[in-house]
Design a protein around this ligand. Structure first.
Ligand code: NAP
Length: 243
C-alpha cells in the first residue's frame, strides 16, 4: 500500500449500496476500505470482488455506533494509509414502527447508528482531510429525512439530522478544500427494503421502477471525482419520488 494512492472509506461497505459504491470507487483507483458490523462472509466477498476487478481493498469490522471502536479503527487507518480522500458515511439500520409504540431502544439504536456515527467517524477523518487540504465527504441520507415517512420517525429524524450535519460541516470545511454533500436515496433494492411491498412503492415513483444500488453509485462517484465546486448539497436519487 503506497502513500500516494488515494484512499476511500465506505462505512457499511459490505452489502447493498455501500458494497456497490466500494466496488466502483476501487475501480476508479482508490484503495477502498470497507467497514461492516457482523457479516464476515459478505465483507470477505466484497473484498474479493474488488480484488477480482483489479482493485485494492481491506475490510474493517467495527460498530460505527461505538465511539471507542470507531476511534481505534480510524486511528489504525490513518496510521497505515496516512490519508483519506473520500469518506462515504453509508452504514445504516431501520427499526420501523409507529411512534406511539416505538421503544426507547429502537429510537436510540437508529439515532446512534445512523446519525451519531457520522460524528464519530467524520471527526478524525475530516481532521486528516483538512491537513491534506482536499477530500470529499458523502453522507447517505434518505428521502425520509427530507419528506418524512409514517412508521419511520426514528429513521427520518436521523436522516434529517444528517442533512443538517452535511450543510453546516460543508460551510466549516469549504475553506480547507473539503466538500461535504448528502445523497437522499428513494427506494433502492437491497436487503434493507427486502420485506417491503415493492408494487406499492413503485406506484409512487414517476420513473416507474425501484432504484438499484448502481443509481446511488453514480451520484457518489460524481461527488467524489468530479464535483469540486459542489458542496452543502442534498441530491435526491429517487426516480422523482416525493411523498
Ligand atoms: P443494507 O443492505 O442493509 O446494508 C447495510 C450495511 O451497513 C451492511 O454493510 C452492514 O454490515 C452495515 N452496518 C449496519 N449497521 C452497522 C453498524 N452498526 N456498524 C457498522 N456497519 C453497519 O443497507 P442499504 O440498503 O445498502 O443502505 C445503505 C444506506 O443507504 C443506509 O444508510 C440506508 O439508511 C440508506 N438508504 C437506503 C435506502 C434503500 O432503499 N435501501 C433508501 C434510502 C437510504 P453487516 O452486514 O455486517 O451488518
Amino acid at each position: 500500500m503506497t502513500e500516494d494512492k488515494k484512499v476511500a472509506l465506505v462505512t457499511g461497505g459490505s452489502r447493498g449500496i455501500g458494497k456497490a459504491v466500494a466496488v466502483e470507487l476501487a475501480k476508479s483507483g482508490y484503495i477502498t476500505l470497507i467497514n461492516y458490523a457482523s457479516n464476515d462472509a459478505a465483507a470477505n466477498a466484497a473484498v474479493e470482488e474488488i480484488k477480482q476487478a483489479g482493485g485494492s481493498a481491506k475490510a474493517y469490522k467495527f460498530n460505527i455506533a461505538d465511539p471507542e471502536a470507531v476511534k481505534e479503527m480510524t486511528d489504525s487507518i490513518i496510521k497505515e494509509f496516512k490519508r483519506v480522500d473520500v469518506l462515504v458515511n453509508n452504514a445504516g439500520i431501520t427499526r420501523d414502527g409507529l411512534f406511539i409504540k416505538m421503544s426507547g431502544e429502537n429510537w436510540e439504536d437508529v439515532i446512534n447508528t445512523n446519525l451519531n456515527s457520522a460524528f464519530y467517524v467524520t471527526k478524525p477523518i475530516s481532521r486528516i482531510m483538512m491537513k491534506q487540504r482536499s477530500g470529499s465527504i458523502i453522507n447517505i441520507s434518505s428521502v425520509c429525512g427530507v419528506y418524512g415517512n409514517p412508521g419511520q420517525v426514528n429513521y427520518s429524524a436521523a436522516k434529517a439530522g444528517l442533512i443538517g450535519f452535511t450543510k453546516s460541516l460543508a460551510k466549516e470545511l469549504a475553506p480547507r478544500g473539503v466538500t461535504v454533500n448528502a445523497i437522499a436515496p428513494g427506494f433502492i433494492v437491497t436487503d434493507m427494503t427486502n420485506g417491503l411491498d415493492k408494487e406499492k412503492m413503485q406506484a409512487n415513483i414517476p420513473i416507474g421502477r425501484l432504484g438499484q444500488p448502481e443509481d446511488i453509485v453514480n451520484a457518489v462517484i460524481f461527488f467524489a471525482n468530479s464535483a469540486k465546486y459542489v458542496t452543502a448539497q442534498v441530491l435526491e436519487v429517487s426516480g422523482g419520488l416525493a411523498f
